[in-house]
Design a binder for this molecule. Sequence first.
Ligand code: SF4
Length: 361
Amino acid sequence: MLIRVTRNCPWNRCRFCRTYKGQKFQLRPVEEIKQDIKTARAIQDKIKELSWKSGYGGRLRDAALMVLDNPPDQAHYNVALWLYAGGESAFLQDANTLIMKTGELVKVIRFLKETLPSINRVTSYARSKTAAKKTPEELTKLKKAGLSRLHIGLESGYDPLLQYMDKGVTAAEHIAGGRKVVESGISLCEYVLLGLGGKAMWREHATETARVLNEIDPEFIRVRTLTINKGIPLYNEIENGNFVRATDEETIEEEKLLIERLECHSNFVSDHITNLLQEIEGKLPQDKEKMLASIDRFQSLSPDEKQNFIVGRRLCIYSQLDDLNNSHKREAVEQVIRETSQGNDQVDEKTIYALMEGFIS
Ligand code: SF4
């Protein structure tokens, strides 16, 4: 269940992000949000009624499937989809829900859980800076109201890079905000942007990010890989030569350094299409060697195999290194390489970046 408790991003300046560019941030009145929740409840009740009438004995999942076949509007589609998926979790949108007054956010979460009691998990996005400004008591109130997890875009722990990317937060604020969330008992997921340091700052990006994560010790660390297209402010920096992107191989070297330096107890997750090696997953510290072994396996491939894997990943033909053993997939990738390269079977970096743009267009 997606509940939009604020609109857009109050910061909206990060150079690598275009999600809310051109959109004005707005807080929404609590009564207006409650009205959305009541609407969701009314739709849920209708679906329940439909279930009884259709002989499904009140089972929501079967009736939700009927609604999904022919939804009268977007709201019915959303609620039916949520019920079909189990109806247990809610996500409070948009980019920084914590910016709401704590008392108002508590009211919203309580009302949400009272009105839709099947919800047992409430998650949201937040900025470290905002989390750092909340008192421990405020975060504890949110936890008690039912806020289960916060997702924070750490991106990097290296101050000059945070400043260059206009992230609007320092490494110290990341640590202060992150620690407060962890200490409140709210589960914390920190997002790291691989490749953000480009060719110039990758080493500091990796080591300082690891340092900051070690201090925070979040329950989850999720990685994404920098992907840029024309709508993103950083694109202009690339065009004028101020920012030089790292290649996939360089980004993997950066990720290796990051993992080597991690000394926390987090679950490391790579579940995103932009990551070259999605199989780098595990619980730290015990799975560190296993994660580094995946990197070694990639780095030990011959240059042709590496290129084949990179192109195959960027075409979404491969999902893991083992797919290199699938002769059909491998042949399909080889054919693309033959068609894309100009007779030398070499695919240049620009082509790879262009393929990656498809992930965010
Ligand atoms: S804070 Fe998040 S949503 Fe806002 S501009 Fe930065 S990355 Fe984008």
